[in-house]
Design a protein around this ligand. Sequence first.
Ligand code: UDX
Length: 432
Amino acid sequence: MNITVVGTGYVGLVTGTCLAETGNDVICIDIDADKIARMKKGEVPIYEPHLDIIFERNINAGRLNFSTSLQDGLDHGEIIFLALPTPEDEDGSADLKYVLGVAQDIGKRITEYKIIVDKSTVPVGTSEKVEAAISQHTSVEFDVVSNPEFLREGFAVDDFLKPERIVIGSSSERAIEKMKKLYNPYVRSGNPIIIMDEKSAELTKYASNAFLATKITFMNEIANYCEKVGADVDKVRIGMGTDSRIGKRFLFPGIGYGGSCFPKDVKALHKSGADLDYDFKILNAVIDVNSKQKLALIPKIKRYFNNDLHGKSIAIWGLAFKPETDDIREAPSLEIINTLLKYNCNISVYDPEAMPNVKQKLGDKISYAESMYDALKNAETLIICTEWSVFRTPDFKKVKDLMKGQSIFDGRNLYDIKDIEKEGFDYISIGR
Ligand code: UDX
């Protein structure tokens, strides 16, 4: 099929590339001319495992093309995916100006039947707004479909190519048939394509993310309670997770969830409830608990250093909001660093991918180490913010020799307490 993807951010780029991979002819549109020029040369503008290989393969095969012209996109695609940003407004709601702006432009240019697909995470009722924005300018027939993505950063290619489910929100048989045909190659394993109305599809995305954020937050509260009563959250987690109704995944306590989706989506769902006079109490609690959880290590560090953090040399391992990404949006590491900077701490950081992004934000307020060991030189303590695999089995003797102090504050519970205490460290983690 001929496919157009408008917006080449994270979602658009993965969508376009993975749709080309099954033989579709894809054009990706973006207003950023510089980015389009770079992509035409084969440069992938984001870090996402495995994306580079299929990106290059599909460009070479001529199935993946780029343009800054929306007109090119409309001339080419039978299906037009909108993968545009929906940034958080000041009041927490999702700002639809990009989505509706492009919808207006489509309305002005459309000359034959097209399927317009909302891929971005958009508030319930957006497909109606997109439809209205297009029809304002045209009487040409078109359908609007809501088709939310469930891509995890770091696993996005796999999630797209082998999805657990595909959700399609549409009331048009014609559009549903076409969307099914497009997605059939991705669900050969038997995973479902679930058809529903547009609003339910839009809400499915918010409800899924809000539920997962709530699950994590619940465990974070259990972890905090474990510390009060002397229980071990890792044991509790395993004990709970083996109940198939609960499940093992997303029960890992830590220093809170971050990233581009959970924080924004939970706030947006909460706000859209409030706009309709519905008080999402549980989401309010999730937002509140998570923002406190990001700094859960700080009082522990203060206690360890008898309330005197002033001028301390501190090493930090991990900056990205989670492993396998360079994304630092809403990352707990940033809040921890900003708090420690208030105490004039000397901070040396290491992250396998995210250092350039942090450097752009924080410049020379902190120092950026060449390696995970380099960050430890003369450090009075080590804080772990992200569970990158390289941090799981360090050479503890080397760690000890390099550091001035002997404490490790682990926001991701990477080590076995007994093992690490045997190595001679004071080890403080979450909920254990
Ligand atoms: C998430 C959803 O998983 C995805 O379906 C959606 O489309 C976009 O948002 P992503 O933001 O890439 O994906 O990250 P995810 O792997 O879900 O982790 C989100 C946050 O939760 C991270 O900060 C992670 O560290 C935290 N987390 C996750 C925990 O603290 N504990 C867990 O057990 C799992």
